[in-house]
Design a binder for this molecule. Structure first.
Ligand code: DOR
Ligand code: ZN
Length: 347
């Protein structure tokens, strides 16, 4: 069989993205909107999106250049004192599609996150009852735990208990990076799923130190050993409906990345679908890309599939070293590389 030269996919969605706000939002929203029909928008702004003020944030996203036809799905940032009634009302009003659990201080702008999941048990009980998904940044923050073990430790210390205590709650283990997370999700009931980023399909932790310190390969959860990358690849390309596309595209201005204390986050939005296509093809699973990118996510969330299609063609795409943005630059994932599939647009 000859390799295909053109791919037609149902238009994909991004089930995890950081669109930021202000000038940065204006620059980055279009990169997501040109590929994805919908996106689950992360709420870790300053201040975090904890109230129905999210409706105004949603309007700012829709007003950004290139956002025509794009549907942002908003998430509520859970805090220790989140009110179950307010969460349910926000969901019923269509303002919040899901709620995000950041363990306090786990990552960028998570200082207001949850200090102990027991504090939000009443909220989780409500979410379970109304069918509202819980999106989980699955890392413990205990400084005594090695950074590379924080995801695995979260399973034992927190996630296993959530699955036991809330057997019907829809939970998404976001941006999985370990074999343990992939196995945990696979073994759990149909209420537990996971998102997978492009970077965790392509890089292992060596990328952080290739010839010197590489801040643009740094994100959280941090990339792990090669065996974990391979396990995450196998899960994503397995055909299991539990794994779906979530880029975790997280832009930071170049000077915030190339710094004595560089921010965590990889800006992968500009070539996201091309990046996933490369990984799936390398795994001999290009025929499973559509389910991962365009079907498994909406089915898990209980939303309709998109009724539009996009095309990719086999053509070399040169990823620029940097992209101008809001008076500074962003370094995209795969900067300086050539990717084998090109996103053409609507099919
Ligand atoms: O690398 C990351 N960047 N991981 C996160 O969890 C947050 C994100 C950000 O907002 O920059
Ligand atoms: Zn994220």
């Amino acid at each position: 069989m000859t390799a295909p030269t053109r791919l037609i996919l149902r238009r994909p969605d991004d089930w995890h993205v950081h669109l930021r706000d202000g000038d940065m939002l204006e620059v980055v929203a279009g990169y997501s909107a040109r590929q994805f029909a919908r996106a689950i928008v992360m709420p870790n702004l300053v201040p975090p999106v904890t109230t129905p003020a999210a409706a105004a944030y949603r309007e700012r996203i829709l007003a950004a250049p290139g956002s025509a036809g794009f549907t942002p799905l908003m998430t509520l940032y859970l805090t220790d004192d989140a009110d179950p009634r307010a969460v349910a009302e926000g969901h019923a009003a269509g303002i919040f599609t899901a709620a995000k659990l950041y363990p306090a201080n786990a990552t960028t702008n998570s200082a207001h996150g949850v200090t102990d999941v027991r504090n939000i048990h009443p909220v989780l009980a409500t979410m379970q009852r109304i069918g509202m998904p819980l999106l989980i940044h699955g890392e413990v923050t205990d400084p005594a735990v090695d950074v590379f073990d924080r995801e695995k430790m979260f399973i034992d210390r927190v996630f296993a208990g959530l699955v036991r205590d809330f057997p019907e709650l829809k939970m998404v283990f976001e941006h999985i990076t370990t074999a343990e997370a992939a196995e945990f999700v696979m073994a759990a009931g149909p209420n537990v799923a996971a998102t997978v980023t492009p970077q965790h399909l392509h890089i292992n932790r060596n990328a952080l130190f290739a010839g010197g310190l590489r801040p643009h390969a740094y994100c959280l959860p941090v990339a792990k050993r090669e065996e974990h990358r391979l396990a995450v690849r196998r899960a994503a390309t397995s055909g299991s409906p539990k794994f779906f596309l979530g880029t975790d595209s997280a832009p930071h201005a170049i000077e915030r990345k190339e710094s004595g204390c560089g921010c965590a986050g990889i800006f992968n939005a500009p070539f996201a679908i091309e990046s996933y296509a490369k990984a799936f093809e390398e795994e001999g699973a290009i025929d499973r890309l559509e389910a991962f990118a365009s079907e498994n996510g909406p089915r898990f969330y209980g939303l309709p599939l998109n009724e539009e299609w996009i095309a990719l063609e086999r053509a070399a795409v040169d990823v620029p070293e940097r992209i101008e943005a809001a008076g500074t630059h962003l370094v995209p994932f795969h900067a300086g590389e050539t990717l084998p599939w090109r996103y053409v647009g609507a099919a």
